[in-house]
Design a protein around this ligand. Sequence first.
Ligand code: BMA
Length: 335
Amino acid sequence: MGKNRFETKLKNENNTYKELFLRNPQNPILSAKDWPYPVNTVFNPAATMFHGKVLLLARVEDRRGFSHFTKAISDDGVGNWQIDQMPTLEPDPGNYPEERWGIEDPRITWLAELGKWAITYTAYSRGGPLVAMVLTNDFIHFERFGPLMPPEDKDAALFPRRINGKWALIHRPITANYVPGAHIWLSSSEDFTHWGDRQVLMHARRGGWWDGGKVGLAAPPIETAEGWILLYHGVRQTCSGSLYRLGLALLDLDNPMKVLHRSDEWVFGPTEWYEREGDVDDVVFPSGWVLDDKTGLLKMYYGGADSCIALATASVGDLLEYIKRCPEPLDEALY
Ligand code: BMA
């Protein structure tokens, strides 16, 4: 508390300010030209470790405008991607009508208790986008749960373990016609079917803030001894469109409804050509990251301008140190 915004920043050994995330020089690491079949774009991937390798589940948009998911696996998480020759998980509107206009923006959480990965994603229904889920233990076969949340709702991920006996889901409903703003919510369930305990976890700020108007979960929360690291995107509406950047928050380990710290400033935003120009300009949109427990290094995978996949790395220790220097969140009315 009481620190000004320059004091929150980390410094390098030579006393210059440190960037928390470093872009990979090979960026963009994946795009439509790498795909084994014709597609419009490849972006916003989920990520997990799978048999010691990095597995990305990319959102792939076809030339109708509908999205599906295709997996790509790499030893080092940077190059030599083995990409499925055909879509890995396609919308199934015959059985799941909410997937009529595609499935988008997956997030993966490993659920050790079940020995399965949960993939939460946006199903694009005629009534608007909603949150749906599948479980898998091999990324070949998928057990569909259908919708978890009604429209309009997106940007969802499960926590990796039950908290106080229940599964907890971060998601982002929108209430269009009332107080404007799209806020991050938390709900819980014992069976993935019946959801309750719904509460707003973090509000979008207002006015001139970089995240004034809209916030949503980016990659799934990461558990540390000091709390859950929450990476989120914030949207600013400008004359030339929406500007997507990233912020950090720290949630209490035993009660993730409690936001301990929230960054005032954004920590990553579109600056490179593949982030600034594409189907949707000025967007960085991570939906997955993997942590190497031995080195403490995080690989964050993100969509650039809704057109490609890029990689940036960060030290989890740096993220924690930075976020702990950030203020406790203000009362919403003060934003
Ligand atoms: C959001 C989502 C993302 C997309 C972003 C920017 O609403 O639909 O898939 O990357 O907009 O277009």
